[in-house]
Design a protein around this ligand. Structure first.
Ligand SMILES: NC(=O)c1ccc[n+]([C@@H]2O[C@H](COP(=O)([O-])OP(=O)(O)OC[C@H]3O[C@@H](n4cnc5c(N)ncnc54)[C@H](O)[C@@H]3O)[C@@H](O)[C@H]2O)c1
Ligand SMILES: [Zn+2]
Length: 374
């Protein structure tokens, strides 16, 4: 037997949806007249639930809302089961829809649940965090943590549509904005030098203004386009395990686990990028001046470049785990310029420079402290 399944989905800008319940034109065809299970978190429900529900009701959707705790420690199969239970109680049909209204944790839980309910129902994502809007919400994957393992159980299950309303970012705490910038930095470094230049020029204002500006909107759009272009080449990850978007996601997940998921995803992405950058310099792939520019942007956003939990032992464990995840090769992504990245396939060459790279990465914090006290 031979069968193929393509995937296609649209990411729409929907200004006005979350502020005033304005109805995007595509709501009618995709959601009109259907039973719609909206999954959201307590905070997001309080801030934006009414507006979304009113827009859905406007197109004749029968709406039910499930409010779940969606913290990282709750990104579990139990939460997925709660969504499935509610869908079962509601009598959700195959042609009905689940909607994720929230951050990356919410969309991960909903993506996994939607892939399981009646073997798969459609879902729409309305990401309300920056991480959600530029990364978690616009990809095709969803996963939950399992035991102490970060995102160990997951699926490839594309959404039917994604609605982006940057007004939601106005209520995000600054650390959550910084988390999103870490993912924007990742995609900028591997794909788009002009996006990096945008961060370099505006990072502190973007954090202070929560992206509520024309520049903020433009950079979000640029980041989404870059992300989609990068994913499109190998969305199901079946062609190769070499993925440039894995920059920042080799040591970071182990850092999250080591700290009991008590740190945010974005901060570990930033620390991982700083280390991968140092590895790039040690391997002679990146110029020290580019390392300086990258670290300056990370710091300008108020993100960390170092973590005390980043030990040599943790890095070795991360390498072993990454090899298992990437078909037996490490495939570490390191920046080799601004806007371009290289794949380092074998663990041996990374292990050989790891000690020096860790020292180089840690020295960056010390340099900073010296500058601050000078
Ligand atoms: N599936 C993927 O491809 C993918 C990609 C990147 C990240 N992720 C996952 O995403 C998760 C991180 O997502 P996140 O950074 O969005 O964090 P999050 O989902 O934990 O949300 C952070 C907090 O912000 C609150 N919040 C959300 N929107 C808000 C708003 N507009 N105003 C005020 N508060 C708001 C939420 O209630 C939550 O408490 C991680 O688990 C990560 O693994 C998945
Ligand atoms: Zn990430």
């Amino acid at each position: 037997m031979r069968c193929k399944r393509g995937s296609e989905f649209s990411v729409f800008r929907t200004p006005g949806l979350l502020a005033a319940g304005e109805v995007p034109t595509w709501f009618n065809s995709m959601l009109g007249g259907r039973t719609t299970l909206v999954v959201t978190t307590p905070t997001v429900h309080r801030l934006y639930g009414t507006q979304l529900v009113s827009a859905l009701q406007h197109v004749g959707a029968r709406v039910d809302v499930l409010v779940l705790e969606c913290r990282e420690t709750e990104k579990t199969l139990e939460q997925v089961e709660r969504v499935c239970s509610r869908a079962c109680d509601l009598g959700l049909r195959r042609d009905d829809i689940v909607v994720a209204l929230g951050g990356g944790v919410c969309s991960d839980i909903v993506t996994v649940a939607a892939s399981l309910i009646r073997r798969s129902v459609s879902h729409v994502r309305v990401p309300t965090t920056l991480v959600g809007q530029v990364d978690a919400g616009v990809g095709i994957k969803g996963a939950v943590n399992f035991g102490h393992k970060k995102s160990f159980l997951g699926v490839f299950h594309p959404p039917t549509a994604v609605a982006i309303d940057s007004v939601a970012l106005a209520t995000l705490p600054a650390p959550a904005i910084r988390d999103g910038i870490a993912e924007i930095l990742k995609i900028a470094l591997v794909h788009d030098a002009s996006l990096f230049a945008g961060l370099e020029a505006f990072a502190p204002q973007l954090v202070a203004q929560r992206f509520q500006s024309e520049t903020g909107d433009e950079l979000i759009e640029q980041a989404i386009v870059a992300m989609l272009e990068e994913l499109e080449t190998n969305a199901y990850e079946h062609q190769t395990y070499r993925r440039l978007v894995d920059l920042g996601h080799t040591f970071g997940p182990r850092l999250e686990e080591a700290q009991g998921f008590g740190v945010t995803h974005g901060t570990t992405v930033a620390v991982d990028i700083a280390l991968s950058t140092a590895i790039g310099v040690e391997l002679g792939l990146l110029r020290p001046n580019d390392q300086r520019r990258i670290l300056d942007v990370i710091r300008a956003c108020g993100l960390p470049v170092w973590s005390q939990a980043l030990t040599l032992a943790l890095c070795h464990r991360a390498i072993v785990d990454a090899e298992r995840h990437r078909g037996g090769a490490l495939n570490l992504i390191v920046p080799c310029g601004i806007g371009s990245a290289c794949v380092v396939p074998d663990a041996g060459s990374v292990a050989g420079v790891l000690h020096h790279a860790l020292r180089r990465a840690r020295a960056a914090t010390v340099e900073r402290m010296e500058l601050a006290t000078a």
